[in-house]
Ligand binder design. Structure first.
Ligand SMILES: [Zn+2]
Length: 62
């Protein structure tokens, strides 16, 4: 079994986790930090932690 994680270009940081063997897929909202995808055919649950890109410009000091 193999799982694929996609980032649809249209969505804002949402992800799709798909089981390639059984073509089960589920979409997750970007607000969720940690998501769990369960494929009933595999009987396996995979947990994925989403890490937000936190780009903050360094403030300049005078
Ligand atoms: Zn599966």
């Amino acid at each position: 079994m193999s799982y694929r994680i996609e980032r649809p270009p249209g969505e804002e940081r949402g992800i799709v986790i798909a089981c390639e063997d059984h073509d089960h897929r589920r979409e997750f909202r970007p607000a969720e930090k940690r998501v769990a995808f369960f494929c009933p055919d595999c009987g396996v649950e995979v947990e994925v932690a989403l890490r937000e890109d936190d780009w903050r410009p360094l403030s300049e000091r005078c």
